[in-house]
Design a protein around this ligand. Structure first.
Ligand code: BLA
Length: 307
């Protein structure tokens, strides 16, 4: 168990193996989103072999100071998958978090599987998406490759899970035209689309393309490791340095190894006069009151973004 004692990280890991079957108590039965996580892992195991990721040992059970809060962290890799990781957090009578993501090896340009839910007693903030590795408003070929055939999914879920309203504008370039961004009551949801894409993914041998894939994944990790909306709450729960470890070495593992560019190299608009990174979450603010893609996935939100 990884716990905070007097501000220091102590590691005494659980003896239980996490690499065996799914659904055991070690997965956090009874925890929020346990069903989602075990379903996702079960479905993934039908297609591939998951191997525990090195980051799992350190983070598989983080014990915050607050006795009412429970963390559960799992991470794996597999052929084609560099990192598949899941973090659930529950604070009794307060909130529940699911942050589930899967990143491919840079030899593939697969979108990033992203299931993210923050639930309080009154609402759930939900982002479910195959986050594009390449901005789909710029890279039409990428958009056609991965999203053209699955655009009908939007019709299927749009009515039940309507657009959540204004959102941090910078997030849009990390979202795909099929993104489900919603704020609502109920919580559970899942589908197989990413696993099907993974099955079909063909390994890229061109070094320049692999390097480009790697840089785009690094850019995504760099954004989220710095600006994820969950970061401030994580700091509150487990302290600044523990939260930083979790973000850098678990949630967005790879941010320190996949590339050398800095946050400001990717997002220069966040530079302050003294060369440091602006603490602001967003430079543009919130916009996109309504879904900014049409049914063909064409981006139609430009005018609104300017407001
Ligand atoms: C809120 N989380 C949000 C919001 C989004 C996301 C869009 C609404 C606020 C906003 O518009 O920014 C999620 N944003 C994403 C995702 C991407 C993105 C997935 O750009 C991907 C590219 N969330 C977590 C964890 C915690 C958490 C680990 O994943 C906390 C431990 C909390 N999310 C959290 C909280 C809010 C939130 C507290 C509401 C507070 C706020 O709006 O700032």
């Amino acid at each position: 168990v990884l716990r905070l004692a007097g501000g220091k990280l102590l590691c005494d890991c659980w003896g239980e193996s996490m690499s065996g079957g799914v659904g055991g108590g070690s997965l956090g039965a009874g925890l929020p989103y346990h069903k989602f996580v075990s379903f996702a892992l079960e479905e993934t195991r039908l297609r591939t072999t998951l191997t525990p990721h090195p980051s799992q040992e350190k983070f598989k059970s983080i014990k915050p100071n607050d006795d009412n809060t429970v963390f559960n962290a799992l991470s794996f890799s597999a052929p084609k998958i560099r990192l598949l990781r899941s973090l659930t957090i529950e604070k009794k009578n307060s909130f529940q978090v699911l942050d589930f993501a899967a990143f491919s090896e840079p030899e593939y340009d697969l979108p990033i599987f992203c299931a993210n839910v923050f639930t309080t007693p009154t609402q759930s903030i939900v982002v479910l998406d195959l986050n594009p590795l390449y901005d789909t408003t710029v890279h039409k070929d990428y958009k056609d490759k991965y999203y053209r055939s699955i655009m009908p999914l939007v019709h299927k879920y749009n009515e039940l899970l309507p657009w959540g309203g204004k959102i941090t504008s910078e997030s849009l370039k990390f979202f795909s035209p099929i993104v489900i961004w919603t704020i609502f009551e109920s919580t559970e949801h899942n589908h197989h689309v990413w696993l099907e894409l993974m099955d079909q993914a063909i390994k890229e041998n061109n070094k320049a393309t692999v390097a480009r894939n790697q840089e785009e994944q690094h850019k995504y990790l760099t954004w989220r490791a710095e600006k994820d909306p969950g970061y401030p709450l994580l700091k509150k729960l487990i302290g600044e340095s523990c939260a930083e470890d979790l973000v850098m070495e678990f949630l967005f593992e790879g941010v320190n190894t996949l590339g050398t560019k800095s946050f400001l190299d990717y997002f220069p608009e966040y530079a302050r006069d003294d060369g440091s990174v602006s603490k602001k979450r967003s430079m543009i603010g919130k916009s996109f009151e309504t879904r900014p893609w049409d049914t063909n996935g064409e981006f139609i939100g430009d005018a609104e973004a300017q407001r």
